[in-house]
Design a protein around this ligand. Structure first.
Ligand code: SF4
Ligand code: SF4
Length: 436
């Protein structure tokens, strides 16, 4: 694609990178075929090619965003299905991030939208605030009818029961039965995940410890920053990124880290992008690149570094039918597709991919809260496709998808790591205990 950025505009690092991305696009439109919003809405501007044109026009002509542009860019899920399809290697992820930052700087959203986005930015990225708001939601739920539709939908979606943790809170979780661990890793415990599903981190820690890996949970690391990054709130996101990078890098230098483990694929995608985000920052460039290199999804880490010790349990003579939902951030963002599925197959159970598995379930970070109507349609389609398999339970590697899918089906859904933990000596996951 021809571009017309001026020399002055190209002094800006983000313009420089977006120009390179735009030049790779050959307008072929293949990406539209796998875009969930184009598939649902059928409008060129609700597909990747149309959005690329909208962003190009804003950036190249230094135009402020307007309501029409914002509508179509906001409808993008950032699922990156278009990146998997694109034959020219267009990095749509970096382009839409830049587009969103430009919108945030140049467009004043209506009051209610600003209020909701600011609320999400503050509450979801901080586990303490999230817990408090969860308690308050319990009180206001009976009166939710007095609020505007968007707030009502958020109240309906807000979890109000938070399961108790079973592992004590520690900085270091030592490897079992060994003086010297085979590896030392830091775990990103996440912001929302550790509150609504603490069993995911617990299964991760138990599983790694049992296989000789020491796990470190560093204080003051809460959110990975992706939530604010995708809301276009780059200043807040950068502050979080820098804090995380400094804490992990310091630990890496002082005590050594073999990996940084993410068990939420949405967060892992952003951690792996820290290197790019700080590419022009003299102070953080080297550190951010190292953090990205160290980051591994838990499935990736297990596959590459751990010889899993599957053991016979009470379930060993029974074969479950499991549906594997590949989160967009896992398959399109991190390009990890078969690894989690192969790991579950090693448990002896039957794993099935969901038809049209490349399409998003509608979760997409805060998308199900901000674009509820589209998210609901995507969720309905996902459930229809899951039902075609008729599984006994569903598994995936992203808390957002777990929460979204659980809202629309009675079929239990759990994180992949919970299954691996269970079949290597951990407890049977609670959600399955209640059913089988
Ligand atoms: S990221 Fe997803 S929703 Fe957005 S344009 Fe690409 S395929 Fe469509
Ligand atoms: S598939 Fe790639 S090259 Fe073709 S229009 Fe989409 S982004 Fe551009």
């Amino acid at each position: 694609m021809e571009t017309h950025f001026s020399k002055q505009q190209l002094k800006d690092k983000d313009n420089r990178s977006s120009e390179k991305i735009l030049r790779k696009c050959v307008h072929c439109g293949f990406c539209n075929a796998t875009c969930p919003t184009y598939d649902l809405l059928g409008d060129e501007l609700d597909g990747p090619r149309g959005r690329i044109y909208l962003i190009k026009d804003m950036l190249e002509n230094n135009k402020p965003a307007n309501a029409k542009i914002v509508k179509h860019i906001d409808r993008c899920l950032s699922c990156y299905s278009c990146m998997t399809t694109c034959p020219s290697g267009v990095n749509y992820m970096h382009l839409i991030d830049h587009g969103r930052q430009h919108i945030e700087k140049t467009f004043k959203r209506p009051f209610i939208d600003r209020f909701i986005r600011n609320l999400l930015s503050i509450v979801l990225s901080n586990s303490t605030y999230f817990r408090i708001v969860g308690r308050l939601t319990l009180l206001i739920k009976p009166f939710s009818f007095i609020f505007p539709k968007k707030i009502r939908e958020m109240i309906a979606f807000m979890p109000i029961n938070f399961p108790k943790k079973t592992l004590p809170r520690k900085r270091i979780y030592p490897a079992e039965k060994r003086k010297k661990p085979v590896a030392r890793v830091a775990l990103l415990t996440g912001c929302v995940q550790k509150v609504i599903s603490p069993q995911i981190n617990e299964a991760t820690i138990r599983l790694l410890n049992r296989h000789g890996v020491e796990v470190i949970v560093l204080k003051n690391i809460d959110c990975c920053g992706s939530l604010n990054h995708h809301l276009g709130k780059s200043e807040i996101a950068i502050k979080i990124f820098k804090k995380n990078i400094s804490i992990w890098y310091d630990e890496y230098l002082k005590n050594g880290l073999d990996a940084i483990i993410s068990n939420t694929s949405g967060c892992g995608t952003t951690l792996k992008d820290y290197g790019f985000l700080f590419r022009s920052d003299d102070e953080f460039k080297k550190k951010a690149k190292k953090i990205s290199e160290l980051t591994k999804d838990i499935s990736e880490y297990l596959e590459e570094n751990v010889k899993l010790n599957f053991i016979k349990n009470k379930e060993s003579n029974r074969t479950y039918k499991i549906a594997y939902h590949s989160a967009c951030s896992m398959q399109h963002g991190q390009k990890i597709h078969d690894v989690p599925k192969n790991l579950i197959e090693k448990t002896g159970n039957k794993v099935f991919e969901i038809p049209d598995g490349h399409l998003c379930c509608g979760s997409a970070g805060t998308y199900n809260l901000l674009q509820n109507d589209i998210a609901k349609k995507l969720l309905t389609n996902k459930i229809t496709n899951i039902n075609k398999i008729n599984p006994e339970f569903i598994t995936t590697g992203n808390i957002g998808c777990i929460t979204q899918i659980a809202n629309a089906t009675k079929i239990p859904i759990l994180h992949t790591v919970e299954i691996i933990d269970w079949y290597t000596g951990g407890p049977k996951p609670n959600i399955l205990k209640r059913l089988f």
